[in-house]
Every structure is written in C-alpha cells, then in structure tokens.
Design a binder for this molecule. Structure first.
Ligand SMILES: N[C@@H](CCC(=O)N[C@@H](CS)C(=O)NCC(=O)O)C(=O)O
Length: 210
C-alpha cells in the first residue's frame, strides 16, 4: 500500500491532502521534528538519505519532492480532474504553478523564515525578502482576480502545492512569525480560506496535526 511519510509541521501535508482529494488508500507514517533544532528525526533518514519530507514509498518505489510526488500519484492513479490535459494552455499554467510553489514563490518565504529561525539581523536580506513577497503575492492576487483557483478556474494539484507555500508565508503552516504583507492581498487571503473549507483539507489538517 502507498506509504506517505509525514514530517509533522511540514510540506508533506500537501501529499496527504492530494491523496485525500483523490480518495486514495494510504498508510500515514508520522515523523516528529527534533524539538530543539526543528530538524527531521533519524527515522526519516532511514527512508531517504536526504532526510526531507515529503517522501512516499509505493510498491518499493521511493519518490521525493512535493511536485514530483503529486504528478507521480496523478500519473499512477488517474488525474481525478486535478490536472489539465497535456499540451493545453491550462497544463502550461499548471506546470508553472507546480514548479513555482517551490521556487519563485518560495524564495521570500525561506529567506524570511531562515532570518527568523537563525535570529539573524541582516536588513539588506530582509528588504530583499519584502520586495520579493510583494512581487509574488501581487502575482497570485492578479491571477485570482480571474477566478477562484489558479488554473482555469478549477481546483487542481497546483492549488495544493501553492497553498502550502502561502500558508508558510501567512505563518499558519509552521509556528514561526513571518513578515509577509498578506493584509495587502485580500484575494490571496480569501483563496486560503476557500481552500481550507474543502473537506479533504479538513481531514488532512486533522490527520497531520502536531
Ligand atoms: N523542495 C522540497 C523541499 C523538502 C524540504 O525541505 N522539506 C522540509 C520540510 S518542510 C524538511 O524535510 N526539513 C527537515 C530537515 O531539513 O531537517 C519539496 O518540496 O519536497
């Protein structure tokens, strides 16, 4: 059976959420972070030398990296209406958001969180993060002006990916204060609230709770 390794308070919530949206059967293996360092425990290193979550095991195959796992599950079990058809404009947008969630959109969040976690006071770096926050949040805000979801006005795995990045920025995914100026982006805040209404998200929140 599909095994989803969940590092509590981490991006692996994405995979549990997608599995719930798809109605998959899976075993959830929870790994607790080190309370001092907030790093992954040795139990995760036993699954992958990277010791990063998410990671899944499926019939002896180990798959890592959130967006790759999402597309692996959709390839293996069918799209379930959660991914546009290949070769379409919608699919190009989907691919863009899937990749962006862990790259362009994530940069300011990581810089901000690492500054907070390491208690470093580098004003230049913080100013850079604030500028990038505005660039990325304005981009999501503009996209949402055209509909309730990021791609083709339909919920997709791209929303699952981007949600977690935005929830990190909002400070709701992990218990560290951030400086993301979400108050200036009402469409983004409404989008997060809308996604959190989904029954599959609510089941995920319960299963993944710390
Ligand atoms: N880009 C990777 C990021 C993986 C990653 O950094 N995961 C974090 C959790 S949010 C982790 O496992 N951190 C624990 C550690 O580094 O000790 C993905 O999306 O899967």
């Amino acid at each position: 059976m599909l095994k989803i390794h969940h590092l509590v308070l981490s991006r692996s919530e994405r995979i549990v959420w997608l599995a719930e949206e798809m109605g998959l059967r899976y075993e959830l293996v929870r790994h607790l972070r080190d309370p001092q360092t907030f790093r992954a425990p040795p139990s995760l290193r036993a699954v992958t030398p990277l010791a990063k979550a998410p990671v899944i095991e499926d019939d002896g195959i180990v798959v890592e990296e959130s967006s790759v796992i999402c597309d692996y599950l959709l390839d293996r079990h069918g799209d379930h209406g959660l991914r546009p058809a290949p070769g379409t404009a919608a699919r190009r947008q989907y691919d863009y958001w899937m990749a962006s969630a862990e790259s362009t959109l994530m940069y300011p969040v990581l810089i901000d969180l690492l500054s907070v976690l390491t208690q470093s006071d580098a004003p230049g770096l913080q100013a850079f993060a604030m500028g990038e926050y505005d660039t990325m949040l304005a981009h999501v805000e503009r996209t949402l002006a055209g509909g309730d979801y990021l791609v083709d006005n339909r919920f997709s795995a791209a929303d699952v990916m981007v949600y977690y990045t935005l929830a990190m920025a909002a400070g709701t995914a992990i218990p560290f204060p951030t400086h993301a100026p979400l108050d200036r982006y009402p469409q983004v805040r409404a989008y997060l609230a809308r996604l959190e209404q989904r029954p599959a998200w609510q089941r995920t929140a319960k299963a993944c709770a710390a």
